[in-house]
Design a binder for this molecule. Structure first.
Ligand code: FES
Length: 104
């Protein structure tokens, strides 16, 4: 597992941050949440998704909801990648697998 620096934790609390345009990192309900930006169904931008109180993202294009913590959806075959976050000295990181890359 490797960690990737995203931004200062304070910055992410104030505004959503993108990593390489592919990962959205945001502060929701007193938690840092990092998830893939584009919907696996037809590539809608999940940055524009509605966020419910139970930490679900409603895709802006179709009625699929993704859990922001597990990535699972209400449609079994669709899921999004979510990333574990880590804060050290007010610096926010996400964790990714050693063999994983996030490309532009
Ligand atoms: S594009 Fe997201 S559910 Fe269809």
């Amino acid at each position: 597992m490797k960690t990737i620096f995203i931004a200062s934790a304070e910055l992410v609390k104030e505004a959503k941050v993108y990593f390489k345009g592919e990962v959205v990192v945001r502060w929701v309900k007193d938690k840092f949440i990092a998830h893939q930006r584009f919907c696996p169904h037809q590539n809608a931008d999940l940055n524009a998704a509605l966020v419910s109180d139970d930490l679900r993202l409603q895709c802006p294009m179709h009625p699929i909801k993704f859990c922001m913590e597990s990535g699972k959806s209400n449609v079994q075959k669709w899921a999004i990648k979510v990333y574990e976050t880590l804060v050290e000295n007010n610096q926010l990181f996400i964790k990714i697998n050693d063999n994983e890359t996030i490309v532009v």
